[in-house]
Ligand binder design. Structure first.
Ligand code: AMP
Length: 195
């Protein structure tokens, strides 16, 4: 299964990706996690990305495309993957499409998780409080910017994948188990239709 979880910050992509990983044994590919670990390890990539990430802006397409390309080549991605936080721009989606076409492994579905803005802000702030704010970008200013960046640069991907016939839509405002069940439903539906 090759899936993208698309949606705004705080909608629960990471949570649902981890559940999918446990259920299906396929890796979660989170560009945010990879970048945060580069920052923690003070690698050149981390040093280059830190300031941009702390503000809530996007790291360059070139950098994240490179990360994903390398990651997709790992043997553990053979059976499939769940992409979480990538692609975030149209050029990233174009690049991903080309990479997967070259490998002959197209996407199965793109699950768009949506939620009201107020719910998102509240959740991100709660996550920051509960985790003791391990993320430098979980403050009001950066959250506002991340939501704006999402609206301008990432949300157009909803139409992009709708045009490709890959889009599945799920509310991210329900309890975690319900969202998991909805995702399983919409993803299975597609697999069923094409088998
Ligand atoms: P996330 O953990 O997905 O919320 O990502 C945290 C931050 O990492 C984002 O606000 C961006 O600064 C950066 N980032 C993660 N994924 C991408 C991406 N696909 N393109 C550009 N920047 C990204």
């Amino acid at each position: 299964m090759r899936l993208i979880l698309l949606g705004p910050p705080g909608v629960g992509k990471g949570t649902q990706a981890k559940i999918l990983v446990d259920a299906h044994g396929i890796p979660q590919l989170s560009t945010g996690d990879i970048l945060r670990s580069a920052i923690a390890n003070k690698t050149p990539l981390g040093l280059a990305a830190k300031e941009v990430m702390d503000r809530g802006d996007l790291v360059s397409d070139q950098i994240v495309n490179g990360i994903v390309s390398e990651r997709l080549d790992s043997p553990d991605c053979k059976p499939g993957f769940v992409l979480d936080g990538f692609p975030r721009t149209i050029p990233q989606a174009d690049t991903l499409g080309k990479m997967l076409a070259d490998k002959g492994t197209p996407l199965d579905a793109v699950v768009w998780m949506y939620a009201d803005r107020d719910v998102l802000v509240e959740r991100i702030l709660k996550r920051a409080q509960e985790s003791g704010s391990v993320r430098a970008d979980d403050n009001v200013e950066s959250i506002r910017n991340r939501l704006e960046v999402y609206r301008k640069q990432t949300e157009p991907l909803v139409f992009y994948y709708q045009d490709l016939g890959l889009l599945r839509v799920v509310s991210g405002m329900d309890p975690i188990e319900q969202v998991t069940a909805r995702i399983a439903h919409v993803v299975k539906l597609r697999v069923h239709l094409h088998s």
